[in-house]
Design a protein around this ligand. Structure first.
Ligand code: SF4
Length: 957
């Protein structure tokens, strides 16, 4: 039996390993359970078991599997069991040592643990590397001496380097005293005791598929090798990979493959495809694609997946976890089983965002009152809003009613309050009754007591449990209550990855609860900061059924595995390879002088894993992103260059840039009319704006007026144009009311009253949205209103003001019947010449109808371009009938420019009538079409520019 074997890079590692197990153990009657197999991770063991089952075709006792971490622990524990220190405790220990004996590390501004934590984690990481690589004091002493002169870095770092021997000793000593170890110490301990540990239970310990090994790992493996216990199976050849060459030196044996193909295999990523292989393995077919962003890459990937017939033999290498969500949403529609195993950042989860909302509510709390906006944000999180207390429906309605109450959509004493108290909301009877009433309409009978209880429990979980926490023990109790309630009563479990996230958070909570510092006093802000930082660092690994379906894996998860089809996304620099180009704490030259080479070797490690995966595949699809900010991966560049060399021509590799039709508007989006819909449309009272909406986009009309969907107003949001419009209309109605049936007189007294009303109304309309900068809006509006009054003073031709903010009914007869309208006019003036002027105030821009409709074609599209708006014609007809007067004019009053633009002002009376007549026919045509069952509600073909701002854009895609 050879002690060290290396398999060709283009070979299937698991199959060759199975051959070895058959050959060297089963044929020699050595049972597999007497063999220990150590892989880099856990996944290859599953694939090996499957391969063994296939070969042995029956039940068998498998080998004993370990990941490297598990094996190290096994070795150390066979000598002496020890407790593992959590990373939080480890950081706190560094903090304590810094406070007591190395205050220079704290600097001036990092006195608190929360502020020091990022430093503590870096120092911890540095000490762990020293331990993993067994860096001794002699080497560190040289660094210490240099630090006395000073490295070109922060003074705290120089301070750390000057003190590092002492700090590391004290750190180790304090942990040993209580029988605890860090990961680095565990590795040192295993390496140190390997010669004394008994392994009689194993005939052989096989280390499989390793590439880079820390010094402690090397020491341990070498010891077992010397004792004749270990066997090493590598993949690749030392002549191609520096890392393997180094290991060959350490183990004093060559790491060489048997096939001559090794001479070429390394060059796959760095130098082209093998050309003189003796093995039968064909070269992989490599295809390159360019996408213009993440989503287009996912689109390319989906298209390629559709062409593949064997998902079981396919892997998607996902180097960028951000791509996971869009990728899953695409591949889940492909009807494949798939398995995801990739570290996914916990901070992208909905549970993380819930905690952020809860923390924000606590931090903006003033005494016993919560900032209304944060209060609603916390309660409106989908997990809380749908908590099954009485039932999920009751919670949801209760939260919506609370929102309506606080934003003033329901009139009540809390409306518009910036800060609110929990008991006031839960005790607001009107709110409970409103919720009960809404639930009754949903056929849900529930008592006021149950609704009140729902509120109390929601308030307790979202706010109450956090109010009095003063240390991490209390924090952990609160956080656990929230997570357990979510697990028990929320829809969290409907999305399986959330369970992993919840489990991870429970582990963190447990770590905090059992930490050394859990009873130490911390401010809430510090605790939230520490917990948030910790969540931000955490990755959750999803694993479904690893042996079934398409595999979505990170680079490390592909170790030792082979797939026929390999698809890689985001083949761009800084993603693949992903390199930490600088050490945040310790200067790179210090690391190199200490012999800590992991970072130096990182590029080679990733290149090796990538090359290994590609070498053994048959079909490879490589996708990268091409835009101004990203450049393609050096791995990809190498492959392209080699292909060019092979074909003897630069630029011969043409990479298609995929484009997708991303038109926002689906031209075929339609809604059919039903008879009920038509009947209801015939009975509806129209306004000019509803008809305008139909003319502009029938589908938008359908969403708004047939389905009754309208945008929800966020009453806490910044004031928008609509709010300003409402304010100005209300102000002008109130202040001009005294002029009804009189000639308006704008004098000093009126102006005083006008601006007093302005102040009152501004406060009422904008108080909910008041921010420090609201005075700017107030000043602008004041200036505009001043100009408006000046303009009004100059309008000497007004005889009397006849009407203010009035709704005038009007009817129009068409082929389909009579349609009712309401004209909501802002103001009607009787002018000195006897004519009436209908005015519509505009605070923004607006379109005037065309003055020439001579050649008007009767189809919606032509009417849209010609008539533009039916507002002024409808107002004019309505006023003619209402006042029984023929001489009616209509105008838009633009308040921003203080300009009145009159409709058809320059037309002769005859032209004016002809124009109005054409408008009348156009309106009749539109209304007939609206109730015509043969004409569907279609998305307007030219609406694209509007679609971007349309509230229904997500519905019609
Ligand atoms: S998004 Fe465009 S097509 Fe769809 S309803 Fe709105 S305006 Fe019409």
């Amino acid at each position: 039996m050879e002690r060290i074997i290396s398999i060709d890079l283009n070979d299937d590692f698991i199959r060759r390993l199975t051959d070895i197990l058959e050959e060297d153990f089963l044929r020699r009657n050595i049972p597999l359970e007497k063999v220990a197999i150590v892989f880099g991770g856990r996944r290859p063991a599953l694939f090996l078991k499957r391969e063994l089952s296939r070969r042995l075709n029956g039940a068998y006792f498998p080998p004993v599997f370990f990941s490297m971490d598990e094996f190290i622990k096994e070795v150390a524990w066979r000598k002496r069991p020890a407790k593992m220190l959590s990373s939080m405790d480890s950081s706190f220990r560094i903090y304590e040592l810094a406070r007591s004996a190395h205050p220079g590390l704290l600097g001036g501004s990092r006195d608190s643990f929360a502020a020091f934590l990022p430093w503590a984690e870096e120092i911890n990481g540095f000490i762990e590397q020293l331990d993993l690589e067994e860096i001794d004091d002699d080497k560190l002493r040289q660094v210490q001496e240099s630090a006395k002169i000073g490295f070109d870095t922060l003074k705290e770092v120089n301070f750390l380097l000057k003190d590092i021997i002492q700090l590391r000793k004290e750190f180790h000593a304090s942990l040993k005293k209580e029988g605890a170890l860090t990961r680095g110490m565990l590795y040192m301990s295993a390496a140190g005791c390997a010669k004394d540990v008994d392994f009689v239970d194993f005939e052989a310990i096989i280390f499989c598929g390793f590439f880079y090994l820390h010094k402690t790992e090397q020491k341990l493996v070498k010891e077992l090798l010397v004792r004749g216990k270990a066997r090493l199976i590598f993949q690749g050849d030392e002549s191609e990979w520096e890392v393997l060459k180094d290991l060959s030196g350490v183990f004093s044996e060559p790491i060489k493959t048997n096939s001559r193909s090794h001479r070429q295999s390394h060059k796959l990523a760095g130098g082209g495809l093998p050309s003189d292989r003796q093995s039968q393995k064909k070269e992989p077919r490599i295809n390159f694609y360019r996408g213009f962003d993440l989503h287009s890459q996912v689109g390319i990937l989906r298209e390629k997946l559709k062409e593949l017939k064997n998902p079981e033999e396919t892997v998607i290498l996902l180097a960028n976890p951000d791509a996971l969500a869009p990728l899953l949403s695409e591949i889940s529609s492909l009807d494949y089983d798939f398995n995801v195993s990739i570290g996914y950042p916990l901070k992208r989860s909905a549970v993380y965002s819930l905690f952020q909302n809860l923390f924000s509510a606590q931090l903006s709390r003033k005494d016993n009152a919560y900032y209304s906006r944060d209060y609603l944000k916390a309660l409106s999180h989908p997990f809380l809003k749908n908590l099954n207390i009485t039932s999920a429906n009751v919670s949801r309605v209760a939260v919506h009613k609370a929102e309506e109450a606080l934003t003033g959509a329901i009139e009540n004493e809390l409306a518009g309050e910036i800060f609110i108290r929990l008991d006031k909301v839960a005790g607001l009877r009107l709110l409970l009754e409103e919720a009960q009433d809404t639930l009754k309409h949903m056929d849900i009978k529930v008592s006021l007591d149950d609704i009140a209880m729902t509120f109390r429990e929601l308030n307790h979980l979202a706010f109450g449990v956090w109010e009095d926490i003063g240390n991490f023990y209390e924090f952990s109790v609160a956080a656990e209550k929230v997570i357990l309630a979510l697990l028990e009563k929320s829809p969290l479990e409907k999305y399986a990855p959330n369970l992993k996230v919840a489990q991870k958070i429970l582990e963190l909570i447990e770590e905090l609860r059992s930490s050394k510092f859990c009873r130490e006093k911390f401010s809430k802000e510090e605790m939230f900061r520490i917990f948030t930082k910790r969540l931000e660092r955490e990755m959750v690994s999803f694993s479904g059924s690893p042996l079934k379906g398409l595999q979505v894996l990170g680079l490390l998860e592909t170790r030792s595995l082979t797939f026929k089809n390999v698809l890689v996304m985001d083949l761009n620099e800084s993603i693949l390879p992903k390199l930490r180009i600088y050490e945040p704490l310790i200067p790179r030259d210090v690391m190199v002088s200490l012999g800590i080479e992991r970072l130096e070797k990182e590029e080679e490690i990733q290149r090796y894993q990538f090359t290994r995966l590609l070498c053994a595949a048959e079909n490879v699809h490589l996708i990268y992103r091409e835009d101004r900010e990203t450049i393609r991966s050096r791995f990809l560049e190498d492959l392209i260059w080699k292909e060019e060399q092979k074909q003897g021509e630069v630029g011969v590799v043409k990479i298609p840039l995929y484009s997708f039709n991303l038109k926002v508007l689906p031209k075929k989006a339609i809604a059919k009319k039903t008879n009920d819909m038509i009947e209801s449309l015939k009975k509806r009272v129209f306004s000019a704006s509803s008809v305008n909406m139909y003319v502009s986009c029938p589908l938008a009309f359908y969403f708004r007026y047939c389905l009754g969907l309208s945008e929800k107003e966020d009453l806490f949001d910044d004031p928008e144009a609509a709010d300003v419009g409402t304010f100005v209309h209300e102000l002008l109605e109130k202040t001009y009311a005294g002029f009804l049936n009189k000639k308006p007189v704008i004098n000093e007294r009126f102006e005083k009253l006008f601006f007093a009303e302005f102040g009152k109304l501004f406060k009422k309309e904008f108080s909910r949205k008041m921010r420090a900068d609201s005075f700017i809006l107030e000043n602008i509006l004041r200036q505009r209103m001043k100009k408006f009054l000046e303009n009004e003073k100059e309008r000497n031709d007004i005889d009397a003001l006849l009407m203010l903010e009035n709704r005038i009914p009007w009817k129009i007869k068409t082929k389909s019947g009579t349609f009712d309208f309401i004209a909501g006019v802002d103001r009607v003036d009787r002018l000195s010449g006897g004519s009436l002027l209908v005015i519509d105030y505009k605070t923004g821009s607006a379109e005037m109808p065309n003055v020439n409709l001579d050649e008007l074609q009767f189809c919606r599209k032509a009417i849209k371009h010609a008539v533009k708006s039916f507002q002024l014609p409808v107002y004019l007809w309505a006023c003619r009938e209402h006042f029984k007067a023929q001489d009616v004019r209509a105008a838009l009053y633009f308040l921003r420019a203080c300009e009145i633009k009159e409709y058809l002002q320059k037309s002769t009376p005859q032209k004016k009538e002809e124009n109005l007549d054409a408008c009348h026919k156009a309106l009749a045509f539109i209304l007939d079409e609206l109730v015509n069952p043969e004409v569907d509600f279609l998305a307007d073909e030219d609406a694209e520019h509007k679609c971007a701002y349309c509230p229904y854009s997500s519905l019609c895609r």
